[in-house]
Design a protein around this ligand. Structure first.
Ligand code: GLS
Length: 808
């Protein structure tokens, strides 16, 4: 994928003329953006085709990553980077009087996910392509992405995210590859002596149309596919959908992304979405597999299917359905292939996230799938009877008390179950899924999450990236473990100052965004303390807020009490139905109002809650962060990935021993991270012995007493209702996430943070060591481990790693 500046300029002008009959100077930003996308797409389309063909030619085993969420964000810069075109295009645009940053801002984020789970899927897509691995995404093309968040009087308001208004320029509709998905109705089986003939009565026939997006690998002439499905009415069925409401019933299927994270809403539309994209994906995989006359009894040697969290767990039953009903394989043969093909990742141990669907609901969505799940369950019970006690069988079977447990289906129907960080996998094995671990120890494994270092350092933080290049060369851009070379320079004062200068540059950039978005002036000399993630009680934004209120009250009492000025920066969306989380948003916003408008506090403390947190905003906040808040209650955050992105950009982590924080600590060492709070064992002990009494902390700690009172006595204005709600959740409901228990430790740790910040040389050295160790959290390495241990796939033999090494 070579490109020169001159060729680019020529190509760009030509396309702008063809497409819009315009000169550069007359084109609007959207026209410039769309033209640029067209040039970029034409640059990789040939390689995209060749990549696919080479899989077929070399009969390569491929993985299909089924995920109900993908969160790619913007694709323009990351594609340019991966193609090796970034510098050339930036320079070419500049020659035409245009600015790449500005054009890129025109792109609407592709926000088809809620948070970490969907973003991980997209980081994996990038890494699969960059490692030259045959990996495809399979998901839903929602018409509305994750809602747009606005604050009105401090309250979160949700607006629809119409990301397709100007069309999506990256995807290609492949109508010719559409498949039919059957839903609802009744199913009849007829034994013809050889197999069961299956007929459906009164079922809806829905046309699933794939939209494919090329996923460009990093400098390796390799482009994979992310396939997202749209629901449409088949031409042959139009007569059956005469009214607008009828049509909407079908179109609504892929209309909205459910805006819940680590939680599930038991609504039938969601279950339909799950079956829809699962069935469409599996059908197209098997159809393609059969095209080359390979026996289905060997399909698991050629295909791996990954179930990302339980949402696509029906893959197990749908795969069985096709092998049984359409291909007439025997149950045992089909089952062996299914188990060997499927693998599953668990992403949370939160009980509310473990999907259970009522049998009746599944019967209305797809009765045949229910029958197959019932048969899997029956055989599971039969096989264990006499080998395991009845309690064990009842605890682990798939259908119990009229509910279908999707995690059980995924575990029983696959050969691999993995957690996403060491602690998380340990909890799965020893606690949450212990029975299954006892039954199938060989199926369990850990795969700690990773991130796309390219997007989160090279694209988001060019200033720091250049400093790194000047110090250790550019090898790290291909193998991020090379970042560890930086550790040798931890006493190089000139480098430490450059790291500090890069941070300051990014803080100035963020300060501008803050001013534009909120009108609040913040000083880049203050410490930027950042908590960016979904708003959830277990993530404990509230603990952060209590600390802010403490600093405020201290300053009111003694204006000289604080030596280090701080800007607290939040970014977080709450699920629209998550009342408590929305109350916390309101309280943060009101504390921000109070603090930011108090002239006696001027310059010492600022609180900023940026609206509509998402991938693109993260790219601006993360490079500017000094402190990364990773303060969930131990055991609750399966892994976290913003913790990795922030350390990579030189933020120091304030953390509990939860999720991947533990592995971060192990890499950077105790001296380069700020750890506090209850440990896993202490949390589990409290949860079993019920000896925690939150009120003790309120009663015995005057500081905490004063802070909590501020929520209900008018000190913080405009939160009469929400303040009481929070106060009650801590004291009456006994503080489910041990906020008060961890408060003193958190405050003491934050004091250590401030003390350390006063010594900038020491601080910068710690930053450097964090950057140096972040390369171990690359999604490239994570997907390589999945590839070897779980999927048994190998890189495309035709991939040329480093194919373009002259530019980046
Ligand atoms: C999540 C977890 O909550 C995160 O800790 C984890 O990093 C992420 C990716 O594995 O998955 N699970 C979930 O339902 N949403 C998440 O972000």
């Amino acid at each position: 994928m070579k490109m020169t500046k001159e060729n680019f300029i020529h190509e760009f002008k030509k396309r702008l003329g063809e497409r819009y009959a315009l000169d550069v100077k007359d084109a609007a930003p959207i026209e410039l953006y769309q033209t640029l996308v067209a040039v970029v797409k034409s640059g990789y389309s040939d390689i995209w085709r060749k990549t696919w063909k080479s899989y077929v030619k070399n009969d390569q085993k491929q993985v299909y990553y089924f995920s109900i969420e993908f969160l790619p964000g913007r694709l323009l810069k990351s594609n340019l980077l991966n193609m090796g075109w970034y510098d050339v295009v930036e320079a070419g645009l500049k020659d035409m009087g245009l600015d790449l940053d500005q054009i890129s801002e025109t792109e609407v984020d592709m926000a088809l996910g809620n948070g970490g789970l969907g973003r991980l899927a997209s980081c994996f897509m990038d890494s699969l392509a960059s490692e030259g691995l045959p990996g495809n995404g399979n998901g839903i093309r929602y018409k509305y992405g994750l809602f747009k968040q606005k604050f009105v009087d401090g309250y979160q308001i949700e607006l629809p995210n119409e990301w397709l208004t100007d069309g999506n320029n990256w995807s290609v509709a492949r109508t010719s590859k559409a498949v039919d998905v059957l839903m609802g109705g009744q199913v009849h089986l007829h034994d013809n002596g050889k197999y069961y003939e299956v007929t459906y009565e009164g079922a809806d026939l829905i046309k699933a149309v794939p939209y494919d997006t090329g996923i460009v690998g990093y400098h390796n002439d390799h482009v994979n596919t992310m396939r997202l499905w749209d629901a449409q009415i088949p031409a042959s069925e139009e007569i059956n959908y005469p009214t607008i409401e009828d049509r909407r019933r079908v179109e609504d299927l892929t209309s909205v992304l459910y805006p819940d994270d680590s939680n599930y809403e038991g609504r039938i539309l969601r279950l339909k979405q799950e079956y829809f994209f699962t069935s469409a994906g599996i059908q197209s995989i098997i159809r393609h597999y059969k095209k080359y006359d390979r026996p289905l009894t060997e399909i698991s040697d050629h295909i791996a299917i990954h179930i990302n969290d339980t949402h696509p767990a029906m893959c197990v039953a749908e795969f069985m359905r096709i092998l049984l009903d359409e291909e007439h394989l025997d149950w045992d043969v089909a089952w062996k292939q299914t188990v060997q093909t499927m693998s599953y990742t668990n992403h949370t141990i939160m009980a509310e996230a473990l999907e259970k669907w009522p049998v009746d609901m599944l019967a209305t969505v797809q009765p045949r799938i229910l029958q197959i799940i019932e048969e899997i369950d029956r055989r599971y019970v039969e096989e264990l009877t006499g080998k395991k006690d009845e309690d064990f069988i009842e605890r682990t079977r798939i259908i119990k008390d009229g509910m279908v447990k999707m995690a059980h289906l995924a575990i029983i129907g696959s050969h691999s179950t993995n957690g996403v960080a060491k602690l998380h996998t340990e909890l799965l094995e020893n606690d949450v899924l212990h029975d299954f671990y006892e039954l199938y120890p060989e199926r369990f494994n850990n795969k700690t999450n990773g991130i796309a270092i390219r997007r989160w350092l090279q694209v988001a933080n060019p200033t720091l990236s250049k400093t790194i290049d000047q110090t250790i060369g550019t090898k790290w851009r291909f193998d991020s473990k090379e970042l560890h070379q930086l550790a040798k320079y931890d006493d190089d004062q000139a480098l430490l100052e450059k790291i500090g200068a890069a941070k300051r540059f990014n803080k100035v950039r963020l300060a501008k965004v803050i001013k534009e978005q909120t009108g609040i002036e913040v000083s880049p000399d203050a410490l930027f303390d950042v908590q960016i993630k979904r708003l959830h009680a277990y993530k404990r934004q509230l603990l952060n807020l209590l600390h802010i209120v403490k600093l405020y009250l201290d300053l009111k009492e003694d204006p000289n009490s604080q030596q280090v000025p701080r800007v607290f920066i939040f970014g977080a969306k709450a699920a629209p139905s998550y009342h408590y989380a929305k109350s916390i948003i309101k309280c943060i916003n009101e504390v921000a109002n109070l603090v930011n408008n108090d002239p006696t506090i001027e310059g010492k403390l600022k609180v900023v809650f940026l609206e509509n947190y998402g991938v693109s905003l993260a790219e601006k906040i993360i490079p500017a962060a000094d402190v990364s808040e990773q303060i969930s209650t131990a055991t609750k955050e399966a892994s976290g990935t913003s913790n990795m992105k922030l350390m990579l950009n030189g933020a120091l982590t304030v953390a509990t021993l939860d999720g991947a924080n533990i592995e971060i600590k192990d890499y950077v060492g105790d001296d380069n991270i700020f750890i506090f709070g209850l440990t896993k064992d202490e949390v589990l002990a409290y949860e079993t012995n019920h000896q925690y009494r939150a009120a003790d902390y309120y009663e015995n700690d005057p500081v905490l007493h004063r802070i909590l009172d501020a929520f209900v006595d008018g000190t913080i204005p405009n939160i009469e209702v929400e303040g009481h709600e929070i106060y009650d959740s801590l004291l009456r409901a006994n503080d489910e996430y041990f906020v008060l228990r961890d408060f003193a430790g958190y405050v003491a740790t934050q004091e250590r943070v401030s003390q350390t910040y006063l010594d900038q040389a020491k601080w910068n050295k710690m930053c450097l060591l964090n950057i140096a160790n972040a390369g171990y959290f690359s999604a490239d390495d994570t997907v390589e481990k999945y590839a070897t241990d779980i999927w048994q796939i190998k890189p495309n033999v035709e991939v040329q790693k480093g194919a373009i090494d002259d530019v980046y």
